[in-house]
Design a protein around this ligand. Structure first.
Ligand SMILES: NC(=O)C1=CN([C@@H]2O[C@H](COP(=O)(O)OP(=O)(O)OC[C@H]3O[C@@H](n4cnc5c(N)ncnc54)[C@H](OP(=O)(O)O)[C@@H]3O)[C@@H](O)[C@H]2O)C=CC1
Ligand SMILES: O=C(O)C1=NCCCC1
Length: 341
């Protein structure tokens, strides 16, 4: 969208964060939770991760209004075994739980070379890369998984069971931005199906089935009693199973099919769990990990891969830093009204 377009307005990252913070505060979160969610959501919007940027605000607010999530929850952090940090998010959002445990997690990873954070009783409604990228910026390797809500049929099955269950990975790379990937284990993120339905666009072949179990490219049919498919058939399905086990069975959280939000009309956030593994690579590798990352990236480029995961986001971030974050004026007006401006 060109900045000269009168239907588009640019604003700084700080201004967008401030606006979102006002919205969260006005809709029942604590100041601390408002700060964390606003920063998280503005970060996604800045980097062009539209399925998890300001698009999510109405979902956050209807969920808060429904009483399904506690916007003022105080996470409880405990080191249950050496280097194994558990957090009970107390029915609140996952990001404040991560924030509460982050210092302990990093110090344990630096001490022992590896540490695990197991978050349970939490709601994750966002992109996963903002949770892991900051670790890599500090020289650590991080892997995270989170499960969501039943909307994906396991491979060869007929009934939805898994969530869209993303996996995110971040690693330092000498002289470059961290190497990051973040992907749903379904053929599409649920958010992208909602965006396609709203825009009236078809989704790619292989993304989902309708309520009769027939393949469809109609996003509305996927949302209305249909389901998504795993990416890559049995391989994505196996990864999704792993995400369920690590995010729920290992943390004490809910599987994607286990929570019942029907008594909370408007609820949209999955009440599940999240696992983060943090590794200090220079403790064990015996060589400079970040230099090795750079070597690998150079070889990938030589092999012909021009775009690496994360490149698009970093490009968007650079653009937003110099030119501001471009947003449709109509959407900004809606956000300002929600903030009471
Ligand atoms: N909280 C939750 O429960 C859930 C959250 N989500 C979130 O939804 C978001 C979108 O997920 P998804 O749709 O699977 O992501 P995409 O398929 O858009 O992207 C997945 C990864 O592949 C990279 N990538 C995309 N296209 C290319 C390409 N042509 N060449 C090289 N790399 C490429 C992306 O990098 P780049 O970012 O640079 O484009 C990204 O790291 C994620 O942030 C995820 O965390 C999804 C499911 C549930
Ligand atoms: O896009 C998705 O898929 C999801 N995002 C946030 C949480 C629910 C699933």
């Amino acid at each position: 969208m060109p900045a000269s377009d009168p239907a588009v307005q640019s604003l700084s990252f700080d201004d967008l964060t401030h606006l979102l913070r006002q919205i969260f505060l006005r809709h029942g979160t604590s100041a601390e939770v408002a700060d964390i969610l606003a920063h998280n959501c503005a970060t996604a919007q800045r980097d062009g991760a539209h399925s998890h940027g300001t698009f999510r605000i109405p979902g956050y607010l209807s969920t808060l209004a429904s009483g399904w999530v506690d916007g003022k929850a105080r996470p409880q952090v405990e080191e249950v075994a050496s280097g194994y940090v558990a957090v009970d998010a107390a029915g609140g959002f996952a990001q404040p739980a991560l924030a509460a445990a982050r210092g302990l997690l990093v110090s344990k990873a630096r001490e022992a070379g590896i540490a695990v954070l197991a978050i349970r009783n939490s709601h994750h409604f966002a992109a996963l890369w903002p949770d892991v990228e900051p670790f890599a910026a500090e020289g650590l390797v991080a892997l995270s998984v989170v499960n969501s809500m039943t909307c994906v049929v396991p491979h060869g099955g007929t009934k939805p069971l898994f969530g869209t269950n993303p996996i995110a990975f971040a690693a330092p790379c000498a002289g470059k931005d961290p190497l990051v990937f973040d992907m749903a284990t379904s053929a599409l993120a649920h958010g992208d199906v909602q965006i396609a339905a709203r825009a009236g666009h078809p989704v790619p072949v292989g993304a989902g089935i309708d309520k009769h179990g027939q393949p469809t490219t109609d996003p509305a049919a996927i949302l209305d009693g249909g389901a998504l498919l795993p990416f890559g058939g049995h391989k994505g399905s196996a990864l999704s199973m792993m995400v369920e086990l690590l995010s729920a069975a290992l943390t004490g959280g809910n599987f994607s099919f286990e929570f019942d939000w029907t008594r909370h009309p408007g609820a949209q956030t999955p009440w599940t769990g999240q696992l983060i593994i943090v590794i200090d690579p220079d403790k064990r590798a015996g060589q400079n990990f970040a230099e090795r990352s750079r070597e690998l990236v150079e070889r990938m480029h030589e092999a012909g891969q021009s775009r690496l995961s994360g490149d698009r986001r970093y490009r968007q971030r650079a653009l937003a830093t110099t030119q501001g974050i471009s947003m449709p004026v109509e959407e900004l007006e809606r956000l300002r009204a929600l903030a009471g401006e």
